[in-house]
Design a protein around this ligand. Structure first.
Ligand code: SF4
Length: 427
């Protein structure tokens, strides 16, 4: 029996596609090889959101080809650089971008072409990835916002929402398999349903799925500030199964920079969203981008000042990366890399202090924790997450005393705190 392996690069959104590719190969009778070295076929699911992701993807492919592996290049890189890849990466057996994975294993025996064309609709039919007690569930694909620095709309297309009936079925399936937490994802989750003519689609979706028995935690990721409505905040606050947590990338706070980025709603949308969320007991995760053209000293100062207010619980900071094919690519002036690096470091230091002080306030409290397994760095400790900590991106609760089955909820008394993690014992 032939063995395959999938290497997933880039963000957690790519993991959903990688899981789907695994499912298709298993269904086609292949066996999985955990180590790509033991595989007959290696699928590299690439990411091209930032230049660094492109470089990582190309490096991984070249290494595997050099080792004589049978390599399939999948993912966003294929949609973006089809011609260049076909010309340069002659050792790759097949290029299969998003929208092709349904039939991917079936075409391998009879390849006429090194490129597989996507077909409409399949991009949102792929399902979910579960990592033990948590599962990511993609409910929409693509984005119609067209921010000036972003390639997603040209790579993944305009927003397409998955019908709610399919989502319900997938959630029931996940619930039956013991999943305790479902993380709803999509490039622009806040716009869910708008392509189906429903401007309040996300609120209706949450209402529907919160009514299905099973997973205790439903978490929403990637909501544009302009999509934060009173109704959305009400349902997050009032429904105990929807985590009081929202991932809302703001990207900046300077209105000039937000306009240069073409961020819908500009600064007023960010301020209005923050005003709706704060003091409602809802944790905020966000990302900001430093160094976009138009970010002068004053604009950066505005950002520093805003972050210092401590509205945001978890923050990712990216340096602007000029991506060919975007409007921001040719904007002037472009900041030198070292300036971007210093600004990133500055924002991260501010946030580190905010996080440290915030986590200190939990010491002595008892909080509900979903026990995930052994700590990633040592199996002498256990690791779980509180409701305000999302998988893969936020800190965790490190447990140094007590025991409980993995995948169960337990009460943990917090005894200490670090910059991004809590420490406690099961009580
Ligand atoms: S909202 Fe996000 S995915 Fe959509 S264009 Fe803007 S940055 Fe890209």
């Amino acid at each position: 029996m032939k063995r395959f392996s999938v290497i997933s690069l880039g963000c957690s959104k790519n993991l959903v596609d990688s899981e789907y590719i695994c499912e298709r190969f298993l269904h086609a009778g292949f066996a999985i090889a955990e180590d790509p070295q033991d595989a007959d076929i290696v699928v590299v699911n690439t990411c091209d959101f930032l230049r660094s992701a492109v470089e990582e993807s190309i490096k991984a492919i070249l290494e595997l080809v050099d080792e004589g592996k049978d390599v399939i290049c999948a993912g966003c890189l294929v949609s973006r650089y089809k011609k260049e890849l076909l010309k340069e990466l002659t050792g790759v057996r097949l290029f299969a971008g998003p929208g092709t994975y349904d039939t991917l294993p079936d075409v391998l025996d009879d390849l006429n072409d090194r490129y597989m064309a996507p077909y409409f609709g399949q991009v949102v039919s792929r399902s979910f990835i579960s990592t033990g007690s948590s599962a990511y569930l993609k409910v929409c694909e693509g984005c119609s916002n067209h921010c000036n620095y972003c390639l997603i709309p040209s790579l993944r297309g305009e927003l397409i929402s998955k019908p709610v009936e399919i989502i319900e079925k997938e959630i029931k399936h996940l619930a039956d398999s013991g999943v305790k937490e479902i993380v709803l994802i999509g490039q622009d989750l806040g716009s869910y349903g708008k392509d189906l003519g429903n401007p309040v689609g996300l609120v209706e979706l949450l209402n529907r799925i919160a009514g299905i028995g099973g997973p205790e935690w439903i978490r929403i990721m990637y909501v544009h500030p302009a999509s934060i409505s009173d109704e959305l905040i009400d349902i997050i606050r009032d429904n105990p199964r929807i985590c009081p947590y929202i991932d809302m990338p703001i990207q900046h706070i300077s209105d000039n920079v937000l306009k240069a980025m073409a961020r819908k709603g500009g600064r007023p949308a960010v301020e209005s969203a923050i005003e709706k969320i704060v003091d409602k007991g809802i944790s905020i995760r966000s990302t900001v981008m430093v160094g976009h053209p138009g970010e002068d000293e004053h604009a950066f100062y505005e950002l520093e000042e805003f972050i210092s207010k401590g509205y945001i619980d978890h923050l990712g900071v990216f340096e602007f990366s000029p991506e060919p094919g975007t409007i921001s690519y040719s904007m002037k002036p472009q900041l030198p890399g070292p300036v971007e690096g210093r600004r990133k470091h500055r924002i991260m230091s501010i946030q580190q202090e905010i996080s440290r002080n915030r986590l200190k306030s939990f010491v002595g409290q008892k909080i509900k924790v979903l026990l995930m397994g052994y700590h990633s760095e040592t199996d002498l400790l256990l690791e779980g997450r509180a409701v305000f900590q999302a998988p893969d991106v936020d800190g965790c609760v490190i447990i140094n005393q007590g025991d409980a089955p993995f995948g169960s909820f337990c009460n943990v008394e917090i005894t200490d705190s670090l910059d991004y993690d809590l420490i406690g014992r099961i009580v």
